[in-house]
Design a protein around this ligand. Structure first.
Ligand code: CP
Length: 304
């Protein structure tokens, strides 16, 4: 593996290997000790053309835990504001000795284009491009599911609900769930926020959330991405919560012990009730915590 740009087409064995590697790195991820020699002398750069809290911070910590020098490039105060292109920015930083770029960009395919323009020895990880892919989120979601529900995904029914149209997390989760042989994948959302069959093939599509959540082992709730919506697409927030919000009553319809998941950031009271997000079935902060070993595992696999 030279770059990690998408989970689409990644063999199940490689996904499992990355999850196993993340499990092995868990003690080092959270203790913050023990692996400082592993990639010492190598340099990682987070190059984010879109905002982030979780992904950017956990990549910074992950690279630091592995002994790398970490350059947290601030696009907002950079010469991109003078018109320098993203590729010229990457090549400039590459000339300073950056070995690994972690890139987030608003445009679908932009990270793959930058990877194609990078020098042969440079590694690139996609930290989210447009609505296309967020592969490390997909991996950390699978790790969280596997830790709590076991490695046999064929026994699981997983629901992905909300604004799937704009969600790169949904696309990466779908690729991973299919690769790992998930028993049943359900999706539910407003008709105008569901993508087509090219994304949802093999999924059971529901318009009624009460039916969709009945008996599921996990519900992955998605943020309503209003910043990506054209005027007219944005639903009434009250109506959205009424029809597609995860309330305590709706959660009671899921299987006993069902997991509540959300990639964050959350809109409390819009796609998820605050008490459900903080409740005993929520693994939302466990997902965040798993971001660190997963990102260490991916960096470790790419850096060799
Ligand atoms: N889940 C996720 O990508 O969160 P951030 O936008 O905060 O990185």
């Amino acid at each position: 593996l030279r770059h990690l740009l998408t989970l689409d087409g990644l063999p199940a064995a490689l996904i499992r290997e990355l999850l196993d590697r993340a499990e092995a790195l868990l003690p080092h991820a959270h203790a913050g000790t023990g692996l400082r020699d592993r990639h010492a002398g190598r340099t990682a750069c987070t190059l984010f053309f879109e905002t982030s809290t979780r992904t950017r911070s956990s990549f910074q910590l992950a690279a630091t835990r592995l002994g790398m020098d970490v350059l947290n490039f601030d696009v907002g105060t950079s010469s991109t504001k003078k018109g320098e292109s993203a590729l010229d920015t990457l090549k400039t930083l590459e000339a300073m000795g950056v070995d690994l770029f972690v890139i987030r960009h608003a445009d679908n395919g932009a990270v793959a284009e930058l990877a194609a323009g990078a020098a042969p020895g440079t590694r690139v990880i996609n930290a989210g491009d447009g609505r296309a892919a967020h592969p490390t989120q997909g991996l950390l979601d699978m790790l969280t599911l596997r830790q709590r529900k076991g490695a046999d995904f064929s026994r699981l029914t997983v629901l992905i609900a909300g604004d799937l149209l704009h969600s790169r997390v949904a696309r990466s989760d779908l690729h991973a769930l299919r690769a790992l042989g998930c028993g049943e994948i359900r999706v539910c959302g407003p008709a105008n926020l569901l993508p087509g069959d090219e994304v949802l093939h093999g999924c059971r599509v529901f318009r009624d959330f009460d039916q969709a959540i009945a008996g599921v082992d996990a519900a992955i709730m998605l943020r309503l991405q209003r910043e990506r919506m054209e005027q007219g697409l944005v639903p009434s927030l009250e109506g959205y919560y009424r029809d597609f919000g995860l309330s305590p009553e709706r959660l009671a319809r899921a299987a006993p012990g069902a997991l509540v998941m959300h990639p964050g950031p959350m809109n409390r009271g819009i796609e998820i009730d605050g008490g459900v997000a903080d409740g005993p079935q929520s693994v939302i902060l466990a997902q965040v915590a798993n971001g660190l070993p997963v990102r260490m595992a991916v960096i470790d696999a790419l850096m060799g």
